[in-house]
Design a protein around this ligand. Structure first.
Ligand SMILES: Nc1ncnc2c1ncn2[C@@H]1O[C@H](COP(=O)(O)OP(=O)(O)OP(=O)(O)O)[C@@H](O)[C@H]1O
Length: 342
């Protein structure tokens, strides 16, 4: 649905002679129809520039941007305008018209393309119901909470039935609970209408909650890309690991290496990864019981990535070497991933 090839963007410098700022450096990216694709990176990594290139709000220095089989980079202004109506966008600070009501904000893009009044009313009513704001139609943005404002932003972005929705840090200004309700709304829109969603964020939990695939951007380059589950459980790049650590950072969660000291004569410390339905099965108990190994769970997380359950446990296993090795093999045969820490 969105194909970006060798995309570079250099912002001109203010002073003469300087080279300018290379914000995107030969980016290749493919976002499939119907998926939710997350782009994560630190401040200044190039996220906004990349997202805004997808509807050419930012024009690239070189490279191509193809959306729904149309190469945007070659279009005339009028043709680009038409093509943009297939691409909705929502923003961190909502960008609503402060002097217009909720109803008028949502109706605005329909009026722009000359939609008849009755059709506008029907569409806006549908959208108000979709985002749960039927009772707020006559309010002004200043009378709404942040989450409600973003719901208006979403309804407005969907007014012209876009095929793609671009989300520019759409939840960064919201508290955690409101963030989750907006993410769930995006998920619902994706599922019900099959709209392809590209989002940028600096928060791993946003990726974890709704995205199918993720790209990690750093210094204007994609440094890691893949299914969220794979990237989250086996991050390759240091920046990706940083994001995951930040996400799990609470005083109670310690790095795996902190448990090395728990190992000793006749005991090993292992990290066990669960993925999918096996997460909720009593595999650990069965295998270790059968092998005659006793165990202590030192740290653990059981959670979900979108619809996929996963678990990560640090466990100390006590028993003789032969039994321990047998148990580790048996755990792997049952679909768990086991890594000996010490
Ligand atoms: N209009 C501009 N003129 C010059 N440089 C710019 C412009 N816009 C962005 N940049 C620079 O390009 C780089 C990438 O910026 P961009 O806004 O895409 O990053 P980002 O990852 O979205 O950051 P943030 O999370 O802080 O918004 C940064 O170094 C930024 O300073």
């Amino acid at each position: 649905m969105i194909r970006i090839q060798q995309l570079s963007k250099r912002y001109p410098s203010q002073g003469k002679g300087a080279e300018g700022m290379l914000a995107l450096d030969h980016i290749d990216l493919h976002i499939a129809k119907g998926e939710i694709y997350g782009i994560i990176g630190h401040s200044g990594a190039g996220k906004s520039t990349l997202l805004r290139s997808m509807n050419l709000l930012e024009s690239p220095t070189s490279g191509t941007v193809i959306v729904d089989d149309v190469e945007l980079t070659t279009l005339s202004t009028a043709a680009l305008q038409k093509q943009r109506s297939k691409i909705g966008m929502i923003f961190q600070h909502f960008n609503l018209l402060s002097s217009a009501t909720v109803y008028d904000n949502i109706a605005f893009p329909l009026e722009l393309v000359g939609t008849p009044k009755q059709a506008i009313k029907e569409k806006v009513d549908q959208l108000l119901a979709l985002v749960g704001l039927e009772d707020h139609r006559n309010k002004y943005p200043a009378q709404l909470s942040g989450g409600q404002k973003q719901r208006v932003g979403i309804a407005r972005a969907l007014a012209n039935d876009p095929k793609v929705l671009l989300c520019d840090e759409a939840t960064s200004a919201l508290d955690p609970q409101t963030t989750n309700s907006i993410l769930d709304l995006l998920l619902k829109i994706n599922k019900e209408f099959g709209i392809t969603i590209a989002l940028i964020t600096h928060e791993m939990h946003v990726i974890q909650r709704i995205c199918d695939r993720v790209a990690v951007i750093h210094g204007g380059r994609i440094v890691e890309e893949g299914n969220v589950v794979d990237v989250f459980l086996k991050p390759k790049h240091a920046v990706t690991r940083e994001f995951i650590m930040e996400e799990s950072q609470s005083d109670e969660v310690q790095p795996w290496s902190a448990f090395k000291t728990q190992a000793g004569e006749g005991s090993q410390v292992v990290k066990i990864n669960y993925l999918g339905d096996v997460t909720y099965e009593p595999v650990l108990h069965h295998v270790l019981n059968t092998a005659g190994i006793s165990f202590a769970i030192l740290q653990g997380t059981i959670s979900k990535m979108k619809d996929t359950p996963y678990g990560q446990l640090v466990v100390r296993l006590d028993g003789d070497v032969a039994k321990l090795n047998g148990a580790l093999n048996a755990l792997q045969e049952r679909g768990l991933e086991v890594e000996v820490i010490a």
